[in-house]
Write a protein that binds this ligand. Structure first.
Ligand code: HEC
Length: 203
């Protein structure tokens, strides 16, 4: 047994030595190829630079751009709010409460930092926005968080409905009542159900 094992070991060692030798050859050849590759890579990189398209990893985070004075628009923060809210409802309806809780947490963060820092819309009334956004954070976001954590679909649905009513109240006050947030979980945000007649009447 021992002898056979030794033989196998010897074979393996020989094999290993052989492949190391081959690897050495490939490495020398490979080095040349790698140099050529690097050169074309650098060239390509420069082309990308001059086109002004840096890799996404170098893009500045939203927070630092806000510090630099380039405020995020209210609409773009709201688009994120809409997506988080929609996903939280769809996740809860699918019994995926961990995901619902995650989305609600992200929604809360948006109302904590991004919404207050965003540039207010240029059209329509805006004076009510800071106070209503704070009320949403203190009451509705908190309620969503609690009910998602307790995995109670009934309670979550009720919190979701109250939150959607708050979203819509602020949209109405901002003269944006056409951005309607559905009060039921599982639907897309904003509401895109077909309507009959003038859409300003849809509430
Ligand atoms: C404090 C006021 C306020 C609250 C609360 C609020 N919104 Fe908004 N929302 C706005 C305003 C103002 C706009 C229009 C922004 C603009 O003019 O670009 C808007 C726009 C939107 C848009 C359209 C974004 C786009 O550009 O496509 C969506 C979606 C949206 N809100 C979802 C929500 C949801 C969901 C909630 C509740 C979870 C919510 N909003 C709560 C004020 C609010």
């Amino acid at each position: 047994m021992l002898v056979r094992r030794g033989a196998t070991l010897l074979k393996t060692e020989k094999g290993a030595a052989f492949s190391i030798e081959r690897a050495g050859v490939t490495t020398r050849r490979g080095a040349l190829r790698a140099k050529k590759l690097l050169a074309s890579w650098i060239l390509l990189g420069c082309v990308a630079c001059s086109r002004g398209s840096p890799p996404s990893s170098e893009a500045p985070p939203a927070a630092s751009s806000a510090v630099a004075g380039h405020k995020e628009s209210f609409g773009s923060v709201m688009a994120q709010v809409g997506r988080r809210f929609e996903l939280s409802g769809r996740a809860a309806a699918a019994n995926r409460f961990a995901l619902a809780a995650f989305e609600v947490g992200e929604l809360e963060e948006l109302f904590e930092s991004d919404v207050p820092q965003a540039e207010l819309p240029k059209e329509g009334p805006t004076a009510h926005i800071p106070a209503m956004a704070k009320a949403f954070l203190d009451t509705n976001a908190h309620e969503l968080e609690k009910t998602a954590a307790s995995r109670d679909l009934g309670a979550f649905k009720a919190a979701f409905e109250r939150a959607a009513m708050m979203c819509n109240a602020c949209h109405r006050a901002s003269a944006k009542s056409f951005i309607r947030v559905p009060t039921e979980v599982g639907k897309g945000v904003p509401d895109l159900e077909p309507v009959v007649g003038a859409d300003a009447e849809v509430q």
